[in-house]
Write a protein that binds this ligand. Structure first.
Ligand code: NDP
Length: 255
């Protein structure tokens, strides 16, 4: 993990009960630079046993309920997190929760497009908006740009790259997912442009193709390999990465 974590005191990850979100929490709490407070959200605590067990062993983990497609739940979570963080504010928000609705041109339905768009694009924006007061509080206490001050990291995908949807990789014909991540990429840049004057960084990261429920068993990377890379990238973020799209090795991806 990069040194940026030394000064990142508070961090929140959505969809932290399994997959890449849970792996982020595990890697953070086992590192020497774990933030003092890690807010790990899940939409249903009754399906978050591994996360809750981890939180019992590591007092830095605070498990909070947040259903990304429910505005009341987002607002309730932001109040709960505000009371947990107090004057510190939030140094880093990682919008990780996502779904993959697979559909081809022949099978795609309007509902599938809306469902994927709602979870993967609208929700990260609504969550960012709801947690903005906490990000602002942290940003006012620092200088420069990065997770030592205030940053929003959107977990996107190479499949959201319009430029890369030709040649190798174009065989993944998943209309709802690709469109939702392309939308998330645009929202990332919009938020970055708006929040730059306040010193809040916003960027998108592609974690690689990873062996999770979503990535499947044939994926190229283990969760550990992916998240070691992702956290290294996040820890090293600075002004030059604001509004950018990087993969888990730090390579810039085309939009
Ligand atoms: P998983 O399917 O393993 O986990 C998805 C997580 O998102 C779960 O914790 C799930 O919670 C949560 N989630 C989904 N919908 C909601 C919701 N409405 N509210 C709250 N939480 C929700 O996926 P991954 O861990 O593989 O993916 C994590 C992120 O990485 C996603 O954004 C994905 O698009 C991205 N990504 C993954 C790749 C891969 O190869 N795995 C490749 C590129 C990008 P619950 O258990 O309650 O369903």
């Amino acid at each position: 993990m990069s040194s940026g974590f030394q000064k990142c005191h508070t961090l929140m990850i959505t969809g932290a009960n399994r997959g890449l979100g849970l792996q982020m929490v595990k890697t953070l709490v086992n590192s020497s630079h774990c933030p003092t407070k890690v807010i790990a959200t899940t939409r249903d605590k009754s399906r978050a046993k591994e996360l809750l067990d981890l939180a019992k062993k590591h007092p830095s983990i605070n498990v909070v309920t947040l259903d990304a497609i429910n505005q009341d739940s987002i607002e309730q979570a932001s109040k709960e997190v505000e009371s947990l963080l107090g004057d510190e504010g939030l140094n880093c928000l990682i919008n990780n929760a996502g779904i993959n609705v697979v559909s081809t041109l022949e099978t795609v339905e309007a509902e599938q497009m809306m469902e994927n768009y709602e979870t993967n694009a609208v929700s990260p924006l609504m969550i960012t908006k709801a947690f903005l007061p906490l990000l602002r509080k942290a940003a006012k206490q620092g200088t420069g740009m990065g997770i030592h001050r205030a940053a929003v990291v959107n977990v996107s995908s190479l499949l959201g790259s319009i430029e890369l949807n030709r040649g190798p990789g174009a065989e993944f014909k998943t209309y709802p997912y690709r469109a939702s991540k392309a939308a998330l990429n645009m929202l990332t840049r919009c938020v970055a442009v708006d929040l730059t004057p306040e010193g809040i960084l916003c960027m998108a990261v592609h974690p690689g193709w990873v062996q999770t429920d979503m990535g499947g068993p044939d994926a190229l990377l283990s969760k550990e390999e992916s998240i070691n890379g992702v956290l290294s990238v996040i820890g090293g973020l600075s002004e030059k990465d604001n509004g950018g799209f990087l993969d888990y090795t730090g390579k810039t991806l085309p939009w």
